[in-house]
Design a protein around this ligand. Structure first.
Ligand code: 5GP
Length: 130
């Protein structure tokens, strides 16, 4: 069965899409740890990051680089933290999280809530810098 991220990539489930190319897709995390928290996924449906072929693994990070630079310009932060967890959705993905300190990477913290308008505004702010 297709993962929720494949359904997002295929447009069957809506997302706040930051960017896409032939092989990768980036969208705002619906339960963000920070404003601008973005997920970057390969279109190829592989569960575990380290089961990706080398080209896809490298390409994912190269694609993520320009997204991270845009988020950095759009959201006040010290840098973009990256992490891979993958315990919830079995489709390899990289978290890009604007951080000011180590606590901003704590996934046990309550997630932020944004309205549709707020998500759209964040998206617009990031896309301006792409
Ligand atoms: P992980 O698999 O890395 O542990 O967590 C999956 C991440 O995907 C979580 O941060 C969660 O908020 C996000 N997520 C799960 N389902 C959806 C969804 O339908 N849309 C979006 N935008 N994010 C999702």
């Amino acid at each position: 069965m297709a993962t929720i991220f494949t359904k997002i990539i295929n447009g069957e489930i809506p997302s706040y899409k930051v960017a896409e190319d032939d092989n990768f897709y980036a969208f705002l995390d619906i339960n963000p740890l920070a404003k601008g928290h973005t997920l970057v996924v390969p279109k190829k449906e592989v569960d575990y990051m380290f089961d990706l072929d080398d080209e896809t693994l490298a390409g994912l990070h190269i694609f993520a680089k320009k997204i991270a630079k845009a988020i950095e310009k759009a959201v006040p932060c010290k840098r973009i933290g990256t992490t891979v967890i993958g315990l919830e959705v079995p489709h390899a993905h990289l978290h890009l999280i604007p951080i000011k300190g180590i606590n901003d990477m704590n996934f046990e913290k309550p997630k932020l809530k944004f309205t549709d308008e707020e998500f759209k505004q964040i998206l617009e702010d990031i896309k301006k810098h792409l």
